[in-house]
Design a protein around this ligand. Structure first.
Ligand code: SAH
Ligand code: SF4
Ligand code: F3S
Length: 436
């Protein structure tokens, strides 16, 4: 029997899908297959913005026909959207053919839900509100070699006023440092070359023995072996000189910090409940660059938050100019039911929001292009991660988070490769391997 998993959302969800695959293996589904050939299809959903939800709704709806043709096919829907208040019920009403609905807190239960569904006609629904344990005992089926994701913490306590994550992922829970360290050691000995430490807000990490995130990062980077480390996401309110010191101390830690700023306006930041100012954010970047001058910074930005004025939006533009990001993810504010911002007055009309995002994207792209152009003629060292079918080229990222493409065979995936860069296009750099 075969499975097919459709994943939406962040890295956390991508890794969770690897765990879902682990559970499916235990339930007798032994290989992944294209959608039409699968005996079970699992949707791992996201609800961060409305369009993420619409995507999932569309694709789940499209399965009705397949389900009718293939009687034994099971359809399971899990992840953040299912955890949203009232959504499980809505999904069941809209798509009565769904066999299993599970939330974000009950992955270990998925196996028994599948077993029960095989015995009973009735749909199996389990969406518990919270989960205290940080270990699930599931061996993930990793699909991202040479990268491996490792959770350091789950949940979020920050309640940024626009964000649904604290509601669907629950309160912060940190894994024990010793468990994280042994997982990383195992992955490194198994040949993984890049470890990405994951958490909604890694700076809030606090192990049961009192280990904080800089100490954890220090310990992970002290593990012997030829591998590099990334981590995400950091929060500017918790940014610490200790973190910078640890990054500086270890070459293994990538010279790249993803530090979402969201807005350049202090009034909007306050409404967002971000708990830092534009000035503090820029000071943090200055400290980081004083200590590690070549460190690259990327960010997330939201435009058209309720009541955002043209001047306040322009403050975001000017922050982008000042902060010198190497790239940024840009979003239009999307009201999420249950969050504080969804109840705020002063929604920004769609045309204005679209105009703002267009201007912001143009600026971000211009900055990225300017930065990329400077690398032409220089060298970069990438970890070869994948083969891009469309381009017919191998690709990978360097320690600064830049993408590099080159010609070669798939056997090079997992190798560190030095490239002489001869062309830049947006964030992508193209080059030829040197030293063979
Ligand atoms: N925990 C991470 C990631 C959160 S989700 C963090 O705190 O940075 C990733 C990004 O989605 C956020 O940084 C934010 O820019 C964006 N986002 C979250 N909720 C949103 C909403 N309601 N509308 C638009 N963008 C949103
Ligand atoms: Fe959402 Fe804010 Fe938590 Fe990030 S820190 S997950 S944006 S509430
Ligand atoms: Fe989406 Fe859930 Fe991640 S809402 S962004 S999949 S934590």
């Amino acid at each position: 029997m075969k499975y097919h998993i459709v994943t939406y959302g962040c890295q956390m969800n991508l890794h969770e899908s690897e765990k879902i695959a682990g559970v499916l293996k235990e339930s007798g589904y032994d290989a992944s297959a294209p959608l039409e050939e699968a005996d079970i299809i699992v949707f791992n959903t996201c609800c961060i913005r409305e369009n993420a939800e619409n995507h999932a709704f569309g694709n789940i709806g499209a399965l009705k026909k397949l389900k009718r043709q293939k009687k034994h096919l099971l359809i399971a829907v899990g992840g953040c959207m299912v955890q949203e208040e009232g959504k499980a019920k809505l999904l069941k009403e809209k798509f009565p053919f769904i066999d299993i609905l599970f939330g974000t807190h009950n992955l270990p239960e998925l196996k028994s839900l599948i077993e029960r569904k095989r015995q009973q006609k009735k749909a199996q629904i389990s969406v518990p509100e919270e989960r205290k344990e940080t270990e699930d005992g599931i061996a993930p089926v990793r699909t991202s070699y040479p990268n491996a994701w490792v959770n350091v913490m789950y949940g979020c306590n920050n309640f940024c006023s626009y964000c649904i994550v604290p509601y669907v992922r629950g309160r912060e829970r940190s894994r024990d440092a010793s468990v994280i360290l042994s997982e990383v050691k195992e992955l490194v000995s198994a040949g993984y070359k890049e470890i990405t430490l994951l958490g909604q807000n890694v700076d809030s990490y606090r192990g049961a023995d009192g280990t904080d995130f800089p100490a954890l990062l220090d310990a992970v980077a002290s593990i012997e072996g030829n591998f590099r480390i990334r981590f995400m996401t950091s929060h500017p309110k918790d940014f610490s000189p200790e973190l910078v010191a640890v990054m500086k101390k270890h070459e293994k830690i990538c010279r790249h910090l993803h530090l979402p700023v969201q807005s350049g306006s202090n009034r909007i930041l306050r409404l967002m409940n971000r708990r830092y100012t534009r000035e503090k954010y820029l000071e943090e970047l200055a400290l980081l660059r004083r200590e590690i001058p070549d460190c690259e910074v990327t960010t997330d930005l939201i435009v058209a938050f309720p009541t955002e004025t043209e001047e306040e939006f322009e403050e975001t533009l000017s922050l982008v100019r000042e902060a010198d990001f190497s790239s940024a993810f840009t979003f239009i504010f999307s009201p999420r039911s249950g969050t504080r911002a969804a109840q705020m007055e002063g929604r920004i009309p769609e045309e204005v929001a679209k105009d703002r995002i267009t201007r912001l994207v143009a600026l971000v792209n211009e900055k990225t292009r300017e930065k990329s152009a400077k690398y032409v003629g220089k060298t970069m060292e990438i970890l070869c991660e994948d083969y891009d079918e469309k381009k017919g080229l191998l690709l990978g990222r360097d320690g600064y988070g830049r993408m590099g493409y080159f010609e070669g065979g798939r056997e090079r995936i997992g190798e560190f490769v030095r490239l002489k860069i001869n062309r830049a296009n947006g964030i992508s750099l193209y080059g030829d391997p040197i030293d063979g």
